[in-house]
Design a protein around this ligand. Structure first.
Ligand code: ATP
Ligand code: MG
Length: 366
C-alpha cells in the first residue's frame, strides 16, 4: 500500500468537465483495483469559478493546490467570458496556479502511437516510432522580461520591444529536469537556442554545458540552433529524445512536435516546480495540451485520451507509480489499435465513437 497522496482535480470549462468525467473513471479504477490510497478532491477554476465564486480561482482553491501532491487540470475559458477585462478572464485561473506553485518546467511528450501514424501531418514512415519529450522553461525569458512595451520613439515612430533575460540558476534548474528525464529515457538531450545571434542564447548554451559536465556526464548532450531543430523535427524527428528549450523556442517547438503526432486530443503535459527542501515535495500540474474547445463542448464528442494520459503522467512523476502509468498508456493504445476513434483522430474504416464510449473502452481495457 502506497503512502497517502493528495490529488486535486480541477475540470474547468468547455470540454474540460466532459473529458475529466471519463478520466475520473480511470482514477477511481486505480484507487479501487490497484489499492492506491490517494485522496481525491475536486475544485473550481476558470469560468466555472467565476460563476460560483466570483474569481477565476479562489484563494482557497490555490491553498488546496499547494497542499496537494499534484493537480489534475482540465481546461478553462469560452465565449461566455470573452468580453471580460483581462484581469478577470478565466485564463487567469491557470496563470495564477502556475505562478503560485512556481511551476517552471513544462513537459510535453510527443509520441506517435503506431495506430495513429497515419494521422500525422508528415508521412507515416517519417513519424513512426517518434517519442520526444519537449522540456520548456515557463516562467522566464522574453514573455516576462522587463522592460517591455509599445511606445513612441523620439522620431515619432511607434516601437514595440521585449526583453529576453535569463539568470543562470533559471537555466540550470530546467536543464536538470531535462537531464533527469533523459536518464529515464534514451539518455539524450538536445538543447536549443540561438547562441549565434543572442547573448541570452550564449549563456543558455554555457550553463547547460556546465550542468552537463558537472552532474550528468553520462547523458549525451547536443546543442542545436532552434531554427535547425524546427527543420530536423519535420525531416528526421526520430533522432530526438529530450528537447530542452527556453520559454519562446520551447513554446514553438512543442507545438511543432505536437503536430507530428496528429491530434491535439491525444497529448498530455506536465508542469513541474521546484522540490521543496523541507518536505521533499515537488509541486506539479498536469493538463491536456488542448484548450476548452468551445466549438465541440457539450456535444459529447471530445477525445478524453489527452486528459487520461495527463493522469498517467501524474501517476509517474508525482506519485511514482510507473507501472500504473504504463497500464493507462497501454489501455489507451489498445483501444486505438482496436479501431475506436473520436472525431479528431477519425480515419477511414474506423469506428467513430463519442467521449463516453471511448472512456468506457479504456476502463474496460484496464
Ligand atoms: P486555447 O486557447 O485554450 O489553447 P484553442 O482555441 O487554442 O484553445 P482548443 O480549445 O485546443 O484550441 O481547440 C482547437 C481545436 O481542436 C478545436 O477545433 C477543437 O474542437 C479541437 N479539439 C481540442 N481538443 C479536442 C479534443 N480533446 N477532442 C477533439 N477535438 C479537440
Ligand atoms: Mg491554444
Amino acid at each position: 500500500m502506497a503512502a497517502n497522496k493528495k490529488l486535486l482535480v480541477l475540470p474547468g470549462d468547455g470540454i474540460g468537465p466532459e473529458v475529466m468525467r471519463e478520466t475520473r473513471r480511470v482514477i477511481d479504477w486505480m484507487a479501487r483495483r490497484r489499492s492506491l490510497s490517494f485522496e481525491i478532491e475536486e475544485g473550481l477554476v476558470g469560468g466555472a469559478a467565476i460563476e460560483a465564486e466570483g474569481a477565476p480561482i479562489s484563494d482557497a482553491t490555490v491553498a488546496r493546490a499547494k497542499a496537494a501532491d499534484a493537480v489534475l487540470f482540465g481546461s478553462v475559458g469560452g465565449p461566455k467570458w470573452d468580453g471580460l477585462p483581462f484581469e478577470q478572464r478565466p485564463e487567469l485561473g491557470i496563470l495564477r496556479l502556475r505562478k503560485d506553485l512556481g511551476l517552471f518546467a513544462n513537459l510535453r511528450p510527443a509520441v506517435v502511437l503506431d495506430p495513429l501514424a497515419e494521422a500525422s501531418s508528415l508521412k507515416p514512415d517519417v513519424v513512426r516510432g517518434v517519442d520526444i519529450m519537449v522540456v520548456r522553461e515557463t516562467v522566464g525569458g522574453v514573455y516576462f522580461g522587463e522592460p517591455r512595451g509599445v511606445e513612441k520613439a523620439p522620431d515619432g515612430r511607434r516601437r514595440g520591444f521585449d526583453t529576453q533575460v535569463y539568470f543562470e540558476d533559471e537555466i540550470a534548474r530546467v536543464a536538470r529536469v531535462a537531464f533527469d528525464l533523459a536518464r529515464k529515457r534514451r539518455n539524450k538531450v538536445t538543447s536549443v537556442e540561438k547562441a549565434n545571434v543572442m547573448q541570452s542564447g550564449r549563456l543558455w548554451r554555457a550553463v547547460v554545458g556546465e550542468v552537463h559536465k558537472a552532474e550528468y556526464p553520462d547523458v549525451q548532450l547536443e546543442n542545436m540552433y532552434a531554427d535547425n531543430c524546427a527543420m530536423q523535427l519535420c525531416s528526421r524527428p526520430a533522432q530526438f529524445d529530450v528537447i530542452l528549450g527556453d520559454n519562446l523556442f520551447g513554446d514553438v517547438l512543442s507545438d511543432l512536435a505536437a503536430a507530428l503526432t496528429g491530434s491535439l486530443g491525444m497529448l498530455p503535459s506536465a508542469t513541474l516546480g521546484a522540490v521543496d527542501p523541507v518536505t521533499g515535495k515537488r509541486h506539479a500540474l498536469y493538463e491536456p495540451i488542448h484548450g476548452s474547445a468551445p466549438d465541440i463542448a457539450g456535444k459529447g464528442v471530445a477525445n478524453p485520451c489527452a486528459q487520461m494520459l495527463s493522469f498517467a503522467m501524474l501517476l509517474r512523476w508525482s506519485f511514482g507509480f510507473e507501472e500504473e502509468a504504463r497500464l493507462v498508456e497501454q489501455a489507451v493504445e489498445k483501444v486505438l489499435a482496436g479501431g475506436l476513434r473520436t472525431a479528431d483522430i477519425m480515419q477511414a474504416g474506423r469506428a467513430r465513437v463519442g467521449t463516453s464510449v471511448m472512456g468506457e473502452a479504456v476502463v474496460r481495457e484496464l
